[in-house]
Design a protein around this ligand. Structure first.
Ligand SMILES: NC(=O)c1ccc[n+]([C@@H]2O[C@H](COP(=O)([O-])OP(=O)(O)OC[C@H]3O[C@@H](n4cnc5c(N)ncnc54)[C@H](O)[C@@H]3O)[C@@H](O)[C@H]2O)c1
Length: 330
């Protein structure tokens, strides 16, 4: 299998790249290094380039049969770079990459979406639940998802409901299988650490001897360890069970946390104090991961495990807490 991983130098990507390469997959990375450094060793097949550039995508896709599309912005970065650039990177580039993948003969496209498309839900959300994004980031993820679903079955979308800027010219190939991966919030170690996701933020606060600032203590959020995300992606690469277009929640039924109990678990493990703060955040969702579990996936790591590993790693200097600064060309 020849795999192109966009965003392979990121928090999730570095873990995926290392895991797949170790297992003998041929992996190429397309990443614009927006954090200003390359966290991967030099012997990786790496193209430094922007997914918004169609020519770069076509070069990166040469001889590729499988695309794992991880490149994108976080919620905070969407706010930072503004709506136009966010839309270009998160939606337009996804459409182009998908079309270029068809053109290049790829037969598998895995797209990193997010459980945050559920936004606010009173019941446990399943893949068929009506999404209710409460952030611009989640809206953009949903737009890309809709495009991928639309490309497979335009008839599902009534007139006026078609995703805008439809640019697909080639028919959806019979051999193509698209998987929309709605990840839970990721935590745990990476060669390109992120400290702004929960529970990583909580762990960093404890290590810095700061009170954990917790907002929305009773709100729910599914979380998932980076190593478990990697195993889920690996399973999806190998499974024969997905439909032509499959949407899957990626996480664990055991890790749908009320945020306060997540914080308590971490404090119970590595100490620390908690300060409840009043920051508005409408996100509150619990998610069913039955579908991926039926494919054979079972999460093996926990926030407690990550708390210990990250805390020790911060003490030893293996990890450093730093704010992410990004450089984005417009
Ligand atoms: N981390 C999470 O909790 C989480 C949860 C749900 C979904 N996701 C999604 O998973 C994907 C990976 O997330 P992450 O946490 O690893 O993020 P990250 O910011 O650590 O990694 C993103 C990578 O994409 C690259 N990139 C960004 N814009 C690019 C562009 N225009 N061209 C080429 N490369 C570009 C960056 O340089 C970076 O290496 C993202 O799409 C994210 O939205 C993440």
């Amino acid at each position: 299998m020849n795999i192109l991983i966009t965003g392979g130098c990121g928090y999730i990507g570095t873990n995926v790249v290392a895991h797949l390469k170790e297992r003998g997959y041929r992996v190429r990375i397309l990443d614009n290094l927006m954090y200003g450094y390359n966290p991967l060793a030099k012997d990786f097949d790496m193209i430094k380039g922007d997914i918004r550039d169609p020519q770069v995508c076509l070069i990166a896709l040469k001889d590729i049969d499988t695309v794992i599309h991880l490149a994108g912005f976080t919620l905070e970065q969407c706010d930072q770079v503004g709506r136009t650039v966010s839309h270009e990177v998160m939606v337009d580039a996804t459409k182009n990459l998908f079309e270029s993948s068809i053109q290049a003969g790829a037969t598998r496209f895995l797209f990193a979406s997010s459980c945050s498309v559920y936004g606010q839900q009173s019941d446990v959300a399943i893949e068929e639940s009506v999404p209710n994004p409460t952030t611009f980031y989640a809206e953009l993820k949903l737009l890309s998802e809709e495009y991928l679903r639309y490309r497979y079955m335009p008839s599902q979308f009534g007139k006026g409901k078609r995703p805008s800027n439809f640019s697909g010219k080639l028919p959806y190939p019979e051999s193509m299988r698209t998987t929309i991966m709605r990840f839970a919030t990721a935590y745990g170690p990476s060669k390109r650490m992120r400290w702004n996701t929960i529970p990583n933020k909580f762990i960093a606060d404890v290590w810095q001897r700061k009170p954990i600032e917790l907002f929305g203590p009773q709100q729910h959020r599914p979380v998932m360890h980076t190593q478990d995300i990697v195993h889920a992606i690996h399973l999806l690469l190998e499974t024969k069970q997905t439909n032509d277009v499959e949407t899957l929640n990626i996480g664990s039924n055991q890790q749908n946390y009320e945020k306060e109990s997540l914080v308590r678990e971490i404090v119970g493990e590595i100490g620390g104090t908690v300060k409840i703060v009043d920051t508005p955040d409408a996100r509150d969702y619990r998610v069913s991961f039955d579908k991926i579990e039926h494919l054979g996936f079972k999460a093996e790591c926990t926030p407690k495990m990550a708390a210990n590993v990250l805390y020790k790693g911060l003490n030893s200097g293996e990890f450093a807490v730093r704010d992410d600064k990004i450089v984005v060309t417009t």
